[in-house]
Design a protein around this ligand. Structure first.
Ligand SMILES: NC(=O)c1ccc[n+]([C@@H]2O[C@H](COP(=O)([O-])OP(=O)(O)OC[C@H]3O[C@@H](n4cnc5c(N)ncnc54)[C@H](OP(=O)(O)O)[C@@H]3O)[C@@H](O)[C@H]2O)c1
Length: 287
């Protein structure tokens, strides 16, 4: 097994589903893992569970990816506590049938799945050394996605497919553009589709709505540990040390949508996202 001793990782959404499995796996390889969670109670419960296995270096830090000020505060707190960041797994995700908004007024799937991670990554990227890795957990759902520049918050004609697929296309476009910008620093950026996985996705944390459907589908879906494999592979395997800007499924480069490979679109969308979060990625080389 590859050892990650001496390395520091952040896994977002580490209290549930695949995030929890990714955090456990990276900790078992020796990394110090910061579990980024939005809820203290759920975060502590997961930390306690993962700590049942001794020798894991785990730390819980709170952050709501749907709140720009919380992302900024997390980045400052991480910077004060840690000297470097070797692995960043942007895994947290949200899906909802109804239109909701983040604290800053963004459509919530776009705000959490993309913008929160976009800002988190940009705020911490200078702490990532050469050889560092960024992994974005996207979805095959990106294939039906479009970026609705004129109505990014989907105030007109909202539906869950439109919103979720936009946010997951955003993950792939961000991966492609960031990979170009970080190539000269030898930091890799890749993304993946985990497949259909029985997790808590789509279940309301407030009401439990969605639990019955998810429970019924469970026997047909992968376990979180199985679904997490590609993200763990991208975060740790020697096989992909020099691979960047790619979309993976089942630990292999996979076909993504034509739109997701449009580098003009990726660049435009990167700059658009910078404006939305009011933070600029300064250290890029012109390309
Ligand atoms: N499950 C699938 O079949 C599937 C398929 C394709 C792609 N994916 C992707 O896989 C990733 C992991 O999802 P999962 O299936 O493991 O779902 P999950 O069990 O629901 O886990 C999602 C995690 O994201 C966290 N999260 C949600 N909103 C957040 C916010 N505002 N700030 C910080 N953390 C937040 C959740 O925290 P709380 O528990 O506190 O809400 C939870 O820890 C997602 O990006 C998802 O889009 C999943």
């Amino acid at each position: 097994m590859l050892m990650l001793n001496g390395k520091t990782a952040i896994v977002t959404g580490a209290n549930s589903g695949m995030g929890m499995a990714i955090a456990a796996a990276l900790a078992d390889m020796g990394a110090a893992v910061v579990m980024l969670c939005r809820n203290g109670e759920r975060g502590r419960e997961a930390l306690n569970k993962l700590s049942e296995k001794s020798d894991r270096k785990l730390d819980l830090m709170l952050c709501d990816l749907g709140d720009i000020s919380s992302v900024r505060a997390f980045a400052d707190a991480f910077r004060a506590k840690y000297e470097r960041l070797d692995i960043l797994v942007n895994n947290a995700g949200f899906i909802s049938l109804d239109r909701q908004t983040t604290k800053d007024g963004f459509e919530r799937q776009f705000g959490v799945n993309h913008l929160g991670h976009f800002l988190l990554t940009l705020k911490l990227v200078d702490m990532i050394p050469s050889g560092g890795r960024i992994v974005n957990v996207s979805s095959g759902a990106h294939k039906t996605g479009k970026i609705h520049f004129a109505d990014i918050n989907l105030t007109k004609g909202f539906n869950v497919i439109k919103a979720y697929s936009q946010s997951k296309l955003a993950n792939v476009l961000f991966t492609r553009e960031l990979a170009v910008r970080l190539k000269y620093r030898e930091i890799t950026v890749n993304c993946c589709h985990p497949g259909a996985v029985a997790t808590n996705i789509g279940i309301s944390r407030d009401t439990g709505f969605g639990k019955t459907v998810t429970g019924m589908l469970k026997p047909f879906f992968q376990t979180p540990e199985q679904g997490a494999r590609t993200a763990i592979y991208l975060a740790s395997s020697e096989d992909v040390r020099d691979v960047t800007g790619e979309y993976f499924y089942q630990c292999k480069i996979a076909k993504s949508s034509v739109r997701s490979k449009d580098m003009e679109l990726a660049k435009r969308f990167f700059e658009f996202s910078e404006e939305l979060v009011e933070f600029r990625f300064e250290k890029s080389e012109p390309h």
